[in-house]
Design a protein around this ligand. Structure first.
Ligand code: PAF
Length: 280
């Protein structure tokens, strides 16, 4: 396995593999890898000849008051996890390699990024779309793997690939959870012991929602109310949003019909966590 910070070397390697007729997968990450990332790498390993993992904490997707500086980083540990997962190449660029001094080539779709996480993190999705576009150009893989925990990100990237004609297949992979149901996230490391215990409320509130849906409830407002009621019973939880939207275009819906995304963002103490259910 190679680790490279060079755009040129990484692109040349991927081109060489492709010229040999090998299929290449990209797993974009911000590092501090956990079992959720591992599941993406393992799936990529199964379905492709070569696997590239990018590890880049992208400053452009963090707002000024957000946790860019404190975002957890551990390249040595990440390297060992990638090695074990059979990754062939890690792309780990410096910020200067990705964004030169006069950088201004942003990618910014409209509509999809405005709601849910985009409402409370106004620059976030522009940063995600820009860096993911760059990664798709640097690493012209046949397939890219993303987790469904970031469901809005997945919907935006799918839309971006469609609208801008990127020649890459986007594969969404299921959320990986801790034994008690908390979705795996690099940010879980911020939680104190007490916060960690209460963080299970996110998944529990969504389970409550699914019980209603499975019993035939079609009114989005009723499902939303049940989630808010459950979350409100947790002393350390502060709701950022509870939304029920169409998964295709991230627009609010009244009735649960077609592909539906039930998405929540909740502060547990000062840590903002997200979780969701996608109903196809
Ligand atoms: O999901 C993430 O870890 C990031 O948003 C991504 C897709 C790697 C872009 O920086």
């Amino acid at each position: 396995m190679n680790i490279s910070g060079s755009i040129k070397d990484t692109r040349n390697q991927v081109k060489e593999w492709k010229s040999q007729g090998l299929s290449v997968a990209l797993v974009p990450t911000m590092g501090y890898l956990h079992d959720g990332h591992k599941s993406l790498m393992e799936r990529a390993r199964k379905e492709n000849d070569k696997v590239v993992v990018s590890i880049f904490v992208n400053p452009m997707q963090f707002g000024p008051q957000e946790d860019y500086d404190s975002y957890p980083r551990d390249l040595e540990r990440d390297g060992a996890i990638c090695q074990e997962a059979g990754v062939d190449w890690i792309f780990h660029p410096e910020v200067e390699e990705m964004y030169g001094p006069h950088f201004c080539g942003y990618v910014d779709m409209h509509t999809l990024p405005e709601k849910l996480c985009g409402a409370s993190r106004p620059v976030h999705f522009r940063g995600v779309q820009t860096v993911v576009s760059k990664l798709f150009h640097i690493i012209p893989a046949q397939r890219a793997y993303f987790g469904q925990k970031d469901a809005q990100q997945l919907a935006i990237i799918r839309r971006m690939v469609m609208d801008l004609d990127f020649d890459i297949e986007i594969i969404g992979c299921p959320i990986v959870r801790e034994a008690d149901g908390l979705a795996k996230s690099s940010r879980n490391t911020y939680l104190s012991r007490e916060e960690r215990a209460q963080a299970v409320i996110l998944n529990q509130s969504l389970e409550e929602a699914m019980r209603l849906v499975e019993a035939g409830e079609k009114e989005a407002e009723k499902v939303k109310e049940a989630i808010i009621k459950k979350l409100s019973g947790c002393p350390l939880a502060r709701i950022d949003y509870v939304e029920i939207v169409s998964f295709d275009n991230i627009q609010p819906i009244q009735r649960l019909e077609g592909p539906v995304l039930i998405a929540i963002a909740v502060y547990i103490g000062t840590t903002r966590l997200i979780d969701n259910r996608i109903i196809m």
